[in-house]
Design a protein around this ligand. Sequence first.
Ligand SMILES: [Cu+2]
Length: 335
Amino acid sequence: MSEAVPHPPSCCAPGRGGGPGEFVVLGTPPGAASEAGAVGGPAGTAGPGEGHGPDGSVLLPGGTFLMGTDDAEGFLDDGEGPVRQVTLRAFRIDAHAVTNRRFAAFVADTGYVTEAERFGWSYVFAGFLPAHLRRGAARPERTPWWCGVPGAWWRAPLGPGSGVDDLVAHPVVHVSWADADAYCRWAGGRLPTEAEWEYAARGDLEQRRYPWGDELLPGGEHRCNIWQGRFPTRNTAEDGYEGTAPVDTFAPNGFGLYNMAGNVWEWCADWWTTDHPAGRRSNPTGPARGTSRAMRGGSYLCHHSYCNRYRVAARTSNTPDSTTGNLGFRCVRDV
Ligand SMILES: [Cu+2]
């Protein structure tokens, strides 16, 4: 497998239903992938929201910032630009991604069943799988380092036989957009808009490439959990992690927020578009409708040779029912 796949249209997280050419064509598709039916969130689950005290979330004052980038390293086709002036009202945001511990509390309280459970499978990075699960697994044609694994879900992130006992402080993964939305409502919040997410990720810096500045390794130090080595065959894990890291790993950004770059992709509220109106905007919420939802931040699989989407202006999307081992979320709250 060659190392560099230049500027692929979709990033390292494949879609469940996929667009043309995107879905599983190698091996045998697991289960009845498109027959799971409509999955609603748990209606009326108003949340207790405990566990989000002063330590768990950060009040951001809002204001005006420059969203997007014209960085030569950026991906024009992803709609990273143009740079535009966006004004936001104040909001609170989780200091880190939602953990397995918190998601377990949500499920215990509500009996919520995730979409990956209903579909009966989810995407796991092939390099993490034992040979017997990897062999014959269905793989997306354009991102064949992913395997559709029957029985993979948030509580069994590497499929049957795996668990989250040692991962309670790691981000919950294998959650769909609806799963994330249901959790946020239970917790008394909502998913961030893309504008809120980017404003938060920038940590009060203006037009920098990463949440901490322009250098990937300031002073030679790793500041986020991404891929080192040769993607996708050799992960040297120089940053300390092959897969997910605990949600408060590495120094926080200027707003006190952890892992806004790398670790796991994070769902945003907005429908996806690459067409941003120029000029000033106030509290933008994205298009009124769409087919995929925006994701931000990049993940432990991101590598410069492949997608370079751990930059703060980078973005991608996925169909709302998609679930993978590198996609999680955090919540915001109105104030
Ligand atoms: Cu990536």
